[in-house]
Design a protein around this ligand. Structure first.
Ligand SMILES: [Zn+2]
Ligand SMILES: [Zn+2]
Length: 174
């Protein structure tokens, strides 16, 4: 996800460039690739290039209720400043701000979005992911995934009791 920003670094402050992104990166670090798609806007500021992006991607997660794997869509709203490390005309090194985790543009004026997108995507991963909002979960008795239909426990364990209750009610009513 690399963008050559040499031209933009030479442009006047306030200049913008828009880019469409469609690229596969590794987000969770387990060898699984995710497609990242969306648009980014690069703005030349007096000291940096400000990147704003609205991107979408997805990661494979395990549902916290039914323990099934599912593809979780993620929205990535990126906003980061990238600091140049070399003067675009002279090549002279530019000291970068002493802020931990700040992103830089390399000496060849390549701005690489990959790491920022990866970090933002990880932050967007839900703490208790659900494969769907109304995931039925697992049967507490037999462990059957109730999203795929009833397991039979419901009729064995709760069904008969209800039948007896309704019988009792009927008898009382006599
Ligand atoms: Zn689920
Ligand atoms: Zn069951």
């Amino acid at each position: 996800m690399q963008i050559n920003v040499a031209q933009l670094l030479r442009a006047s402050i306030g200049s913008v460039r828009d880019y469409e992104i469609k690229q596969v990166i590794e987000i969770t670090g387990d060898g699984v690739n995710s497609m990242v798609e969306g648009s980014v806007r690069l703005l030349r500021t007096n000291r940096s290039i400000l990147v704003k992006g609205a991107l979408g991607t997805g990661v494979e997660l395990t549902c916290s209720r039914c323990l099934g794997p599912f593809e979780c869509p993620l929205k990535v709203n990126l906003e980061e400043e990238y600091y140049p490390t070399a003067d675009v005309d002279t090549g002279v090194a530019i000291p970068v701000p002493d802020e931990p985790g700040s992103f830089t543009i390399d000496e060849n004026h390549i701005l690489d979005l990959t790491e920022a997108v990866r970090q933002y995507a990880l932050l967007a991963v839900p703490m208790k992911p659900l494969c769907k909002e109304d995931c039925a979960g697992l049967c507490p008795f037999c462990g059957h995934n109730l999203n795929t239909g009833p397991c039979g426990c419901s009729s064995r364990r709760t069904g008969p009791r209800w039948v007896e209750l309704s019988k009792l009610k009927k008898e009382k009513g006599k």
